[in-house]
Write a protein that binds this ligand. Structure first.
Ligand code: ZN
Length: 336
């Protein structure tokens, strides 16, 4: 049933309801609205940033695109008449628990999430403090996330492994994700530092490099992605899950010391940054998010990232975020 049809039906039901039932229906209708209607009051800092960057023509285009209803799992929302129907229900005091970011519902068995394994066997990304490639870390974590998602019923989850040199591989992975008609893309990476910050040490008799200066996860979105708002919604869910597990986000990306790696921090509570020019985030046609799961150049954190415990925490957190993203909002209605 399309949403406008549902709301029309609800409108009819509302007329014959007792006040308490009326409030329940009003809450449910509100929760079913797409994010452009129901996000008022959610992430205020973040949308300030958006309005600032919407000034340039290119950004204005992104902002315009981002007001489209969330494209989720082939269920398109229909925006017509929503505001008037909502107004007809009158003001309702909504508890914060109901004001979660709204997503259109999706069916886990058909919802296709692509897990993009960052880098390639030929171009392995960062090298850890103990000389293990980032690609190896990315692949191991992505495989565990894939396993978790499939166990949760997301049967269409796909691991995206790309070959070749670094830059061409970025376009290959974008084309692959677009051809797979993915509903969501999550790119898995592990973090390092700019070369100028590296220090030397010896590990197993070999000259190696490290930096213990920074640690933590970070989550990136591109404001140039055609589904920016939905990307952001998922990024927030992932970041909140990481935070809920007691993990800290990497704060350095908002600092000038990072030079060209400095990025706008969209939410200072959760650690969601924008990284607008990142090809895998901006050229993909579906909502796309990049997770730097943790630092492998930091000697302590590398050991944690190498542990089954940390991989479990992160993969469970991602699976919970996907479930929440996909959660059917209809359940709020309950028996009428
Ligand atoms: Zn990477």
């Amino acid at each position: 049933m399309r949403r406008c049809e549902l709301i029309r039906v609800l409108g009819g039901i509302v007329a014959g309801l007792r006040p308490r039932r009326l409030a329940v229906v009003a809450i449910a209708v509100f929760a079913l609205l797409p994010i452009e209607v129901s996000d008022a009051g959610w992430l205020p800092d973040l949308f300030k940033t958006s309005s600032k960057h919407a000034k340039s023509p290119k950004r204005a285009k992104s902002a315009r695109q981002s007001t489209r209803p969330a494209k989720l799992a082939r269920h398109r929302a229909q925006p017509k008449h929503r505001a008037t129907r909502l107004a007809a229900l009158g003001p309702v005091a909504l508890p914060p628990s109901v004001l979660k970011p709204a997503a259109a519902r999706c069916d886990p068995s058909t919802f296709r999430i692509v897990l993009d394994v960052g880098h390639t066997a030929e171009s392995e990304g960062a090298i850890s403090a103990r000389n293990v490639t980032e690609f190896a870390f990315n692949l191991r974590l992505a495989r565990l996330i894939e396993e978790r998602l499939k166990a949760e019923g997301f049967a269409e989850t796909r691991l995206l492994l790309t070959e070749g040199r670094a830059r061409p591989s970025l376009f290959k992975r974008v084309a692959a994700a677009n051809n797979l008609h993915a509903d969501l893309l999550l790119s898995i990476h592990h973090d390092s530092v700019p070369n100028k910050m590296l220090e030397e040490w010896e590990f197993e008799g070999k000259k190696s490099h490290f930096s213990d200066r920074f640690s933590g996860y970070s989550v990136f979105v591109s404001r140039d992605n055609p589904e920016f708002k939905t990307s952001l919604l998922f990024a927030e869910l992932v970041a909140r899950e990481m935070k809920a597990q007691g993990l800290q986000y990497a704060e350095q990306y908002s600092q000038a010391i990072m030079g060209r790696y400095q990025h706008p921090l969209l939410n200072k509570e959760t650690g969601v940054y924008s990284y607008d020019e990142l090809i895998v985030l901006r050229k993909t046609s579906m909502p796309s998010v990049l997770l730097e799961a943790g630092s492998i150049i930091n000697r302590d954190e590398e050991l944690k990232m190498d542990s089954p415990e940390r991989r479990n925490i992160i993969s469970s957190g991602v699976a919970s975020a996907v479930k929440e993203f996909c959660e059917p909002r209809w359940a709020l209605l309950g028996p009428l």
